[in-house]
Write a protein that binds this ligand. Structure first.
Ligand code: NPQ
Ligand code: MG
Length: 384
């Protein structure tokens, strides 16, 4: 396709309740949305106009990863968009990665642009994203990520609420000082059949191995990202000291990183987040590498709006996604979602069936929640 313009929007959405992790507390979701418009040659040779949506999962501050919203805006405006406009007619979702490869890193920014181009192409062709990616399911089992709570009784109340709603798997956020007591309390209250796992968001070091070994008796599905993002070798060392499978999130920034982690013995499970690895096409390659090595994957979450949630549901429907992911209902984080809401039905989220993402922002909500916008064109920024 040929891109006519790229609109960037920062939207701010209230969270239903604060979400505390080992790296901070979030009370509001800030998302950078990318809207591309352009045209492509239709089946009859005529030019067909199309448009697509992308969502950048970078947070406002660089606490989970090095990327952050203002940086993503700047790199998109100054380095990514110009490369795509310069490619003229030759822009396809498959080509976005190669066209942007000269820019080092900034995977979340690149992922959002690729997602928008992919959505635009698929909408023009009438193909759902799930079908394009190779999905084999029409709904995906839904897990929920539970933030660090002020006390164990409050944690038990929050978990009870999610189980009543039907979530099929519970993930507890852990941090120094919030490990054994909360996890043991949840295990004792609901018994051995509860699918339970923990996520440390890189809060520990190898010196904490004796503490983490005590989780072994609690029958967890996995422990996610116990050590630092760039600590693959130490993750491998820790994995040898634990019976609980080590799952990597932050460390897996590409299919190559996934292959390295598997080879080193640093990951028996991988959390796939499309933004973190540079897009849905690279996410599928992470899936393929894992499947080829007998490693289970599941789809992570970044508090996406309905746009990213739709795409994550499509990805999670691929055959190698054998563990329930963090693709929750919209109501997990939002009173009102930007798109039609994703709901929990029998513990599952339905994979959208419409062309492309299969969902779009509700215009009034998009207008209400947009705090900043700028339109980029081949001649440079327009207004803003
Ligand atoms: C994780 N997500 O798996 C992340 C971390 C995370 C669902 O646990 C705003 C935007 C706040 C993205 C907080 C879940 C966030 C965020 C935590 C991502 O590690
Ligand atoms: Mg994580």
């Amino acid at each position: 396709m040929r891109l006519r313009d790229i609109e960037l929007r920062i939207v701010r959405m209230p969270l239903r309740s604060p979400f505390r992790t080992s790296f901070g507390v979030e009370t509001e979701k800030v998302a950078l949305l990318v809207r591309v418009r352009g045209d492509l040659r239709g089946p009859g040779g005529d030019r067909v106009e199309t448009g697509g949506w992308g969502e950048c999962v970078a947070m406002e501050e660089p606490l989970y990863s090095a990327e952050y919203v203002a940086g993503a805006v700047q790199v998109t405006r100054d380095f990514l968009a110009p490369r795509l406009f310069a490619a003229g007619d030759a822009v396809t979702a498959e080509r976005v990665g190669p066209l942007l490869a000269g820019v080092v890193g900034h995977r979340m920014a690149k992922a959002a642009v690729e997602m928008a181009v992919l959505d635009a192409e698929l909408r023009a062709r009438g193909v759902p994203l799930a079908e394009h990616l190779g999905a084999v399911r029409d709904r995906v089992p839904s897990g929920v990520s539970v933030g660090i709570q002020p006390s164990v009784p409050e944690l038990l109340d929050v978990v009870a609420g999610y189980l009543d709603e039907g979530y099929v798997r519970i993930k507890l956020k852990i941090a120094p000082g919030w490990v054994l007591e909360p996890v043991r309390a949840v295990r004792e209250r609901w018994g051995d059949d509860l699918l339970l796992q923990v996520d440390a968001n890189a809060a520990f070091t190898l010196a904490d191995a004796p503490l983490l070994q005590r989780l072994d008796e609690l029958g967890l599905l996995l422990i996610e990202q116990p050590l630092a993002e760039d600590d693959l070798v130490q993750h491998a060392e820790l994995a040898r000291m634990l019976r609980t499978p080590v799952c990597l999130d932050e460390s897996v920034v590409s299919a190559r990183a996934a292959a390295d982690a598997i080879r080193l013995g640093a990951a028996r499970v991988i959390n796939v987040k499309p933004g973190r690895v540079g897009g849905y096409l690279e996410a599928r390659r992470v899936h393929d590498v894992a499947v080829a090595n007998g490693v289970a994957v599941w789809c992570g979450g970044m508090l996406e709006t309905g746009l990213g949630r739709a795409a994550n549901a499509a990805l999670a429907a691929l055959p190698g996604f054998t563990l329930p992911g963090d693709v929750s209902a919209s109501s997990r984080f939002y009173e009102t979602d930007l798109t039609r809401p994703f709901v929990l039905e029998d513990g599952h989220v339905a994979v959208p069936t419409g062309p492309g993402l299969g969902v779009e922002p509700v215009p009034e909500l998009l207008a209400e929640w947009t705090s900043w916008r700028q339109v980029l064109s081949p001649d440079g920024p327009v207004g803003g």
